[in-house]
Design a binder for this molecule. Structure first.
Ligand code: NAD
Length: 515
């Protein structure tokens, strides 16, 4: 049984994109059961073979990047070139790094046990795939957001059900198609639609959910996962801050802050949305930043550009509301600030003289807007940067690397940087994680695997004798306990010899229970 998800619109051209088909909400349960049936075989597939297939997926993405970029561009209003750079071209390296990370995360952990306390025993903690993992994604990076979780989930031996955003269903379907070619059709599944489909997926029997999206939806997902007692990883919004110290290399800093506030038109959970700059260099810094941002081209369908359109009208409305609020409270627009008039196009916008209570400083704007606040010193900058509901990336820009490192450590964020921002999102070996309302999840790295595997303790006992602390509770047990305590307090050879002697008495007493 299939259903059509609502059609979406090309954000640049306004052209209506046809609706896509996916299983009807009522069919999601049986799809999860199909995935579960396939998962047992997939988990039994040796790791090198799973890795080979993940590698093949990486290759397919790069080989078919032109096709993928065209689909992404139509849904996102970016140029195909931007889509290739942001989401497709590094897929092979990404897969290799994900495989290396998986080897570490999935290695069994042997625990050494004291021969005296636990004779003849060994224990190992080993990862066991959760089963079927649901991945619910947002629209801003419709391929790479999936890749962060899809690859580790598969490498760990899970089957996956992908749920793309209703704004970018074709990009999700393209990736799912390639993943199915690489893994076999039954290990990766796809559902299409809006919030009702995402909610049903969690109800439909999946064993873990990875959610990336907004804070309000994240709360609903967390509650639904809690009701089902399944693990849930949440990667939510951001309001990243950059701190520019007076000794920073202002040229490089202006270029770097422009890059990471404007990349993907600022529709990035880790976009630099707030800049705290020391007052003594603020004029020079803002001038340089404005010069760079003003020069960024917005896509208009005629060729390459640095910025795409805003993906959807609701997001555009938020950007404009934040600007209006800032200007009404005294901020000045140094460049940008008005629609381009081509689709949802909006130019790079620099706001100066922003203050702490403005929406551009407190709420996620998710657009090509960078708000600058002048501060008296680094202490004020750190205090204001930390006074936020969010905590994803935070950066300090300075020539004094030691001071930068010390200040970065004081930022209440998941990823603290000096002289750069946001770029670790493409590195599978590093945890992508936040604090506060950015969510509790960890995407990428060995530490993300608590979502994808549970840990099983396997305990093997080859002791032929009963254990010395078993019943009966006679005088030999008391003697044994006492000697054990003395041994643990550092008792020497004398205690050990006594222990050896009492062990024999213990075993005889325990076996005596059979008489
Ligand atoms: P959104 O919350 O509107 O939607 C995200 C996904 O959740 C979509 O697939 C949607 O259909 C689904 N959904 C909606 N209601 C649901 C429900 N009740 N149950 C289950 N699923 C449901 O978010 P969006 O507008 O698509 O994405 C933008 C947000 O994502 C921004 O806040 C951004 O910061 C955040 N984001 C965070 C990260 C990160 O790593 N922290 C990365 C990318 C985007």
């Amino acid at each position: 049984m299939t259903a059509q998800s609502p059609g979406s619109v090309n954000p640049l051209t306004g052209e209506a994109l046809p609706p896509v088909e996916g299983p009807a909400v009522a069919g999601i349960g049986s799809l999860v059961r199909e995935a579960r049936a396939a998962q047992a075989r997939w988990a039994g597939t040796p790791f090198p073979e799973r890795a080979r297939r993940v590698r093949a997926l990486g290759r397919r993405i790069v080989e078919r990047r032109a096709e993928g970029a065209a689909i992404l561009a139509s849904e996102l209003g970016r140029t195909p070139g931007m889509c290739e750079v942001a989401e497709l071209n590094n897929a092979v390296a990404f897969a290799e790094a994900a495989i290396r990370t998986a080897r570490t995360a999935l290695a069994p952990h042997k625990v050494s046990l004291s021969m005296l306390d636990f004779p003849g025993k060994r224990a190992v903690v080993e990862p066991v795939a959760r089963g079927v993992v649901g991945i619910i994604a947002p629209w801003n990076y419709p391929v790479s957001n999936f890749m962060k979780s899809l690859l580790p989930a598969l490498l760990a031996g899970n089957a996956v059900v992908m749920k793309p955003s209703e704004q970018t269903p074709r990009s999700g379907a393209w990736l799912a198609g390639l993943a199915r070619e690489a893994m076999g059709p039954d290990v990766v599944h796809l559902v299409q639609g809006g919030g009702d489909v995402g909610a049903e997926l969690i109800e439909a029997g999946i064993d873990a959910v990875v959610f990336t999206g907004s804070v309000p939806t994240g709360r609903l997902v967390a509650a639904a996962a809690a009701a089902r007692l399944i693990p849930c990883s949440l990667e939510l919004g951001g309001k990243d801050a950059a701190i520019v110290l007076a000794d920073a290399d202002l040229d490089r800093t202006a270029l770097g802050i422009s890059q990471w506030s404007m990349f993907n038109s600022g529709q990035d959970c880790s976009s630099i949305e707030r800049v705290y700059v020391e007052a003594s260099v603020a004029d020079a810094f803002v001038d340089k930043l404005t010069r760079v941002v003003r020069g960024l081209r917005v896509a208009d369908g005629s060729g390459e550009a640095e910025l795409g359109a805003i993906q959807n009208p609701s997001q555009l409305a938020i950007v404009e509301a934040h600007l209006l609020d800032a200007v009404s409270r005294g901020a000045t627009i140094r460049c940008g600030g008005e629609r381009t008039g081509v689709g949802n196009g909006f130019p790079g916008t620099v706001l100066d003289h922003c203050t702490h209570e403005m929406k551009v400083m407190t709420d996620e704007t998710f657009g090509p807007v960078v708000a600058v606040c002048r501060v008296s010193d680094a202490e004020e900058a750190v205090r204001l940067a930390n006074d936020s509901r969010y905590g994803l990336n935070g950066s300090v820009w300075t020539r004094d690397l030691d001071r930068g490192e010390a200040l970065a450590r004081r930022l209440d964020v998941g990823i603290a940087l000096v002289n750069n921002h946001s770029l670790t999102g493409t590195m599978p070996e590093l945890p992508w994680t936040g604090t506060k309302e950015t969510g509790t999840g960890i995407a990428s790295s060995q530490w993300a695997y608590s979502t994808f595997v549970r840990r099983r303790t396997l305990f093997i006992d080859k002791n032929k004798d009963p254990d010395p602390f078993w019943m009966p509770a006679d005088e030999s047990l008391q003697a044994f306990r006492e000697l054990l305590a003395q041994k643990n307090l550092g008792g020497g050879v004398r205690v050990m010899l006594k222990l050896a002697g009492v062990l024999g008495r213990r075993v005889a007493a325990i076996r005596g229970l059979l008489d």
